[in-house]
Design a protein around this ligand. Structure first.
Ligand code: RIB
Length: 294
C-alpha cells in the first residue's frame, strides 16, 4: 500500500449552483446551495485513500460545526486525522459558483488553515514514514516550505500542486519531484501562455511536470525527454470542482505502487473523468474499483 502524507487545507465548500456565473457587478439568481467537504489538501487525501492509499492528513480545522464534519468526512474515507489539529475559530471555507457547463470560480477564506504556520515532531515523523508527500498552496507558505524540505531531507518524493497560483518562496521548487499545475498556474509560474513552452521553462526548476489541461487531458514533461500529451476520456462534466485534486491523489497512489508514468497518468485521468461527472469535491471522488472498471 502506498503511504501518503498530505500537508494541506481542509475547507467546507459552499457551492452556489447557477445557470450562468454573474459578471462583475451583476446579481444572478441561483438554483441551490450545497455544503460539501473540500479543500485541496483534504480532497487529495480522500482521492488517494479511495484509490487505495494509506493516507495521513496534516492540517487544521476550526472549532465550528464545519470542523467536525470535515474531520468526519476524512475519517469516513479512511484517512488518518491524528495530525489534523483543531484550532480555535472558524474552519476554512470555499465560496464556489458552479455554472451549467460545470465550470467554477472559487474564493477561499483560510480560517483554521491559516494557523498551520510550521510543523512539529509528529508531522516530520509522518512525512518521514511516507512514500510520497502531497502539497498545495492553501496553507501558509512557511509550512509548505518546511514540509517540502522535510521530505527532501528524508528522501520522500514530493508532488506539488501550485494552486492557488502565487509567487513561491525561494527554495520550494528545489524540493519538488513532480509539479502538477493546471494551464493557468503553469502560465503564471513560467510566464508562458503555451503549456508546452511553460512545461519547458518549469523543467529548469523541477525534474518532472504534468500540466493538466481539463478536457484536453494532460501534458507530461521530464528533463531530457520528449513532451507527451495524454488525452482525457470524453465525458460530460457537471462539476469540475476537485477534478485536479482527484487526479493528483490517484496519481500519487499509482506512482507509489511503482506503475509506469503512462499507466499512472491514464489511471489518474480516468479518476478525474469520473469525478467531473458528479457534483461536489470530496463527494465525487471515485473508489479504486470504479477507476479500474473505467
Ligand atoms: O480544488 C478544489 C478545492 O479548492 C475546493 O474543494 C475548495 O475547497 C478549494 O480549496
Amino acid at each position: 500500500m502506498t503511504a501518503i502524507a498530505v500537508l494541506g487545507s481542509t475547507n467546507m465548500d459552499l457551492v452556489a449552483c447557477v445557470a450562468r456565473a454573474p459578471a462583475r457587478g451583476e446579481t444572478v439568481t441561483g438554483r441551490e446551495l450545497r455544503t460539501v467537504p473540500g479543500g485541496k489538501g483534504a480532497n487529495q487525501a480522500v482521492a488517494a485513500a479511495r484509490a487505495g492509499g494509506d493516507v495521513v492528513m496534516i492540517g487544521a480545522v476550526g472549532t465550528d460545526e464545519y470542523g467536525s464534519r470535515l474531520r468526519m468526512n476524512l475519517e469516513h474515507a479512511g484517512v488518518d486525522t491524528d495530525l489534523l489539529h483543531t484550532a480555535a475559530g472558524p474552519s476554512g471555507t470555499a465560496h464556489i459558483v458552479v455554472d451549467d457547463e460545470g465550470t467554477n470560480a472559487i474564493v477561499v477564506i483560510p480560517g483554521a488553515n491559516g494557523t498551520v504556520t510550521g510543523l512539529g515532531p509528529g508531522e516530520h515523523a509522518a512525512i518521514a514514514a511516507a512514500d510520497l508527500l502531497l502539497l498545495q498552496l492553501e496553507l501558509p507558505l512557511s509550512a509548505v516550505l518546511e514540509g517540502a524540505r522535510s521530505a527532501r531531507a528524508r528522501g520522500v518524493r514530493t508532488i506539488l500542486t501550485p494552486s492557488p497560483a502565487q509567487p513561491l518562496p525561494a527554495g520550494l521548487l528545489d524540493c519538488v519531484d513532480l509539479l502538477v499545475p493546471n494551464e493557468h498556474e503553469a502560465a503564471a509560474l513560467s510566464g508562458c501562455e503555451d503549456p508546452h513552452a511553460a512545461a519547458q521553462v518549469l523543467l529548469r526548476r523541477v525534474p518532472q511536470v504534468v500540466v493538466t489541461l481539463g478536457r484536453e487531458g494532460c501534458l507530461y514533461a521530464a528533463r531530457g525527454g520528449e513532451q507527451v500529451l495524454f488525452p482525457a476520456p470524453e465525458v460530460t462534466a457537471v462539476d469540475t470542482t476537485g477534478a485536479g485534486d482527484t487526479f493528483v491523489g490517484t496519481l500519487a497512489v499509482a506512482l507509489g505502487e511503482g506503475r509506469s508514468v503512462p499507466e499512472a497518468l491514464a489511471w489518474a485521468s480516468s479518476a478525474a473523468a469520473l469525478c467531473v461527472q458528479k457534483p461536489g469535491a470530496s463527494t465525487s471522488m471515485p473508489y479504486r474499483s470504479e477507476i479500474d472498471a473505467a
